[in-house]
Design a protein around this ligand. Structure first.
Ligand SMILES: [Zn+2]
Length: 235
C-alpha cells in the first residue's frame, strides 16, 4: 500500500504506510506442491513481518522458520493489465516499472496482455492483475492511499509457501501531472515489490519506506531485500 499526502499542493509527498493484501492463502487444485495443506500463512501486520529482513528491508510474509515467502526461483511472473480507468500512457508506465524490476532481479516480470478482469481481492494462482480502481471497489484505497499490492501464497508443509499470484491496484483518482508530486511509475514499482515479497521499511531512503518523501529510485535496502528474496527462492 502506498499513501500519498492529502492536500499537499505543490509539495512532492509520497507517503507510504501500512500495507497490504499479502498473506492471504488460496490453494489451487491444479498446483502440486506435494503434501500441500490448508495452512494459512497470514500475518496480522499489514506492512511486513516485524523484525524480518535486514538493513533497509522487511518481508511481507515469512514461513514458520522465518524464511521469506516469494516466487519460485527465477520465476516468470506474468502481469495482466486492466486498462479501465488507467491514465494516459499507462502501457509505457507499466512497461517502464516492470523493466526497472527486471534490471535488478532474476525474477522476470512481464506484461502478457490485457484483461477485463477486476477481481483484485480474489487472486488465485495465475497472472498478477494490475489495474486502477477507486475505494468503492477496493476499500484499501480509501483516504490518501495511492496503491495496494500483494501476492497470493500457496502454503506447503512446515509453514512454508510460495507466491503463485497477486495484484497491483492504483488509485484511479490519484492526482496526476507534474504538480501533483506523485510519481505513478514509482507507485507501481513499489506495489510490484510487495508482490515480489517485500514489506515496508523504516528507512526513509528506500522505495519501500513506510513513509516516503517522494523518492523514486530503488535504494540499497530495496536491492538487498530483492537479493534476499532471490536467495530464499533459489537457495
Ligand atoms: Zn506499500
Amino acid at each position: 500500500m502506498t499513501e500519498r499526502g492529502a492536500g499537499s499542493g505543490l509539495v512532492a509527498t509520497l507517503l507510504v504506510v501500512a500495507l497490504v493484501i499479502g498473506g492471504a492463502v488460496w490453494l489451487s487444485p491444479t498446483l502440486d506442491l506435494g503434501d500441500v495443506r490448508d495452512t494459512v500463512v497470514r500475518h496480522d501486520s499489514l506492512d511486513g513481518v516485524p523484525g524480518s529482513g535486514g538493513d533497509g528491508y522487511t518481508f511481507m510474509s515469512t514461513s514458520s522458520s522465518g524464511a521469506p515467502l516469494t516466487w519460485a526461483c527465477e520465476e516468470r511472473i506474468e502481469i495482466l493489465v486492466n486498462p479501465e480507468g488507467a491514465p494516459e500512457g499507462y502501457a509505457e508506465l507499466v512497461a517502464s516499472a516492470t523493466h526497472r524490476l527486471d534490471e535488478v532481479s532474476s525474477f522476470t516480470v512481464e506484461v502478457v496482455g490485457e484483461t477485463d478482469e477486476r477481481d483484485f481481492l480474489d487472486r488465485r494462482a495465475g497472472p498478477v492483475l494490475l489495474g486502477w480502481a477507486d475505494e468503492d471497489e477496493v476499500p484499501a484505497l480509501a483516504g490518501p492511499v495511492a496503491g495496494v499490492g500483494g501476492a497470493s501464497y500457496l502454503s506447503g508443509p512446515g509453514g512454508g509457501g510460495r507466491a503463485v499470484g497477486g495484484m497491483v491496484v492504483v488509485d484511479r483518482e490519484l492526482p496526476r501531472g507534474w504538480w501533483a508530486g506523485v510519481d505513478e511509475e514509482s507507485v507501481v514499482l513499489h506495489e510490484l515489490l510487495h508482490v515480489l515479497g517485500l514489506g515496508h521499511t523504516d528507512d526513509p531512503d528506500q522505495l519501500m519506506a513506510a513513509e516516503s518523501n517522494g523518492q523514486t529510485g530503488l535504494g540499497d535496502g530495496d536491492l538487498a531485500g530483492i537479493a534476499a528474496l532471490e536467495d530464499a527462492a533459489c537457495g
